[in-house]
Design a protein around this ligand. Structure first.
Ligand code: FPP
Length: 244
């Protein structure tokens, strides 16, 4: 059984359902810093601290896949100092955390372009992906220089480059060419920071996701706030376009 069919089978059961794949739009670091009179870099620092905490929490909750939106294809247009700060923080966090995550059985995947990030970040990401590749615990997708439109465009380009014939292009073929090729669709999409938009995240994989928006800013989103998101998810009636 594929992970997707497992999720939809579980949705037919009357038991409370835990999401198999959770994706998070980690929004609100800047506002978190602003309300404390701090520089935005402090907000991102607190955001990365929370990222560590949340990954450990999700692993304990038995979620199989967690995908985090860390940097979009559009985020390059933020001020240069902010972009550089995020890149440096990301390098430091991956360098620091990869070994521990490996020991905890976490499998790291990078979702996104690799041709525009700095060689240092590319090396850290590649190393983290390589050393954790055979782990069987939580799969942690790190979306960095990721855009949903770019991902689908890239898939189309790759299919053409591979000589896939038009007759062979169906939904499962497209899914094979996405960064998430061996991951199930997203069950629960969480956005922190109070907004209700998808901001070019996992456009294909969220076709039937349940959406949860939290007012809480990303650095403060842990513990009871994750509980609330899960409670909300367990009350949803998922129909996948069928009759209830
Ligand atoms: C989408 O909102 C949110 C993201 C792509 C996450 C952005 C977070 C960072 C850049 C900070 C790095 C992450 C951590 C945890 C330190 P958006 O602001 O890109 O899009 P919008 O303009 O539609 O709100």
């Amino acid at each position: 059984m594929t992970a997707n069919s497992e999720a939809s089978k579980r949705s037919d059961s009357s038991d409370p359902i835990a999401p198999l794949h959770v994706a998070i739009i980690m929004d609100g670091n800047g506002r978190w810093a602003q309300t404390r009179g701090l520089d935005v870099s402090e907000g991102h620092h607190a955001g990365f601290e929370n990222l560590r905490r949340v990954v450990a929490d999700f692993a304990k909750r038995g979620v199989s896949y967690l995908t985090l939106y860390a940097f979009s294809t559009e985020n390059w247009d933020r001020p240069e100092s902010e972009v550089n700060g995020i890149l440096e923080l990301a390098i430091a966090v991956i360098a620091h955390e990869a070994q521990q995550l490996n020991e905890n059985g976490v499998r790291i995947k990078h979702l996104g372009r690799v041709d525009r990030i700095s060689p240092e970040l590319r090396d850290e990401l590649e190393q983290a992906v390589t050393i954790t590749a055979s782990n069987t615990g939580l799969t942690l997708g790190i979306a960095f220089d990721y855009g949903g439109r770019a991902e689908i465009t890239n898939a189309a380009r790759q299919m053409i480059a591979d000589g896939v014939s038009a007759n062979d292009v169906d939904e499962s073929k497209v899914a094979e060419y996405l960064y998430t090729a061996d991951m199930p669709d997203v069950d629960l999409l969480i956005r922190t920071g109070g907004d209700f938009r998808i901001s070019n995240f996992l456009l294909w994989q969220t076709a039937y996701s349940e959406f949860y928006s939290s007012e809480i800013l990303w650095p403060d989103f842990f513990g009871e706030h994750i509980d609330k998101a899960f409670e909300s998810f367990s009350e949803r009636q998922r129909r996948f376009g069928k009759r209830a």
